[in-house]
Write a protein that binds this ligand. Structure first.
Ligand SMILES: [Zn+2]
Length: 273
């Protein structure tokens, strides 16, 4: 009796050890709100994160995104033939600014019923583009700024339009004159173009693969079309002042499916102008 008990214990210990040593998982990037986390796993490992099956490339690459208010902890589940393991990460919180924006055309602050319906239909198109799970792996690229200019708005800030609090701002705003060329910060597939959405004006979405997308808004001109495969540095659009804006600038937003992430964490400092 004593012998069989310790035997069972031995098998349990062995299988625990096997689980820990076999599902090799490596991640890079700081676990903070708005972060894009890239990682690799060994062949045969599957991952789930935020109730989603995480796409893994044939080379074992994957990407995750942490939204504005994620945390204080997240769990990445990995599974292979030996069993399941939970990887718990602490997400560093960020402090978000309050930004007051005055002088916005009042129709875009308090839209009428028709305008609300129009903006909802447009939001559905954007939502659909963000749900795609493309096999491409442009998300592995070192992202570069799509243009140079002063940063006039940052990710996460709480917006107050003409004195009325509204949803947070999710993009990074770069001021530049109308007509300034915007280039692709990384390669991808063009999945949505729209000349003039109610809030976002000229809108372009590029899919970098595995749920990571870039949206460029308030554009005056779009130089690519849905289905185009584009490369990093390629001209894709021109800066404008379309939609809910007070002046010409590029608003660059990024998402991992429904999680809004901060483009600035991928590109770092704006180069000198
Ligand atoms: Zn903006």
């Amino acid at each position: 009796m004593k012998f069989s008990l310790s035997g069972a214990r031995g098998i349990l210990l062995l299988s625990l050890f096997y689980t820990f040593s076999s599902s090799a998982l490596e991640v890079s990037g700081e676990w903070q709100q708005g972060a894009v986390i890239r990682g690799t796993v060994d062949a045969g490992v599957t991952l789930t994160f935020m109730d989603k099956n995480v796409r893994i490339s044939p080379e074992g690459n994957f990407v995750l995104g942490l939204g504005r208010d994620t945390g204080p902890e997240v769990v990445l589940h990995s599974r292979d033939k030996s069993g399941e393991r939970q990887h718990v990460y602490t997400v560093k919180p960020r402090e978000y600014r309050i930004q007051r924006v005055d002088g916005v055309p009042s129709k875009t602050v308090n839209p009428n019923k028709e305008q609300v319906e129009r903006s909802r239909a447009e939001a559905r198109l954007v939502w659909k583009a963000r749900q795609r799970d493309e096999a491409r792996t442009d998300f592995l690229t070192d992202f570069t700024w799509p243009l140079k200019g002063p940063i006039t708005g940052v990710y996460g800030s709480q917006r107050v339009y003409n004195g009325e609090p509204r949803r947070p701002h999710y993009g990074v705003d770069v001021a530049a004159p109308t007509g300034t060329v915007v280039v692709a910060p990384a390669g991808g597939l063009v999945t949505l173009t729209h000349d003039n959405m109610f809030f976002s004006g000229g809108t372009l979405i590029i899919d970098h693969g595995h749920g990571l997308t870039s949206a460029f808004i308030h554009l005056s001109k779009i130089l690519v079309k849905p289905g185009d495969q584009i490369v990093q540095g390629q001209p894709i659009a021109e800066v404008g002042a379309t939609g809910r804006v007070t002046g010409p600038h590029l608003d660059w937003r990024m998402s991992w499916f429904d999680q809004r992430v901060d483009p600035q964490l991928l590109v770092g400092e704006m180069p000198a102008q």
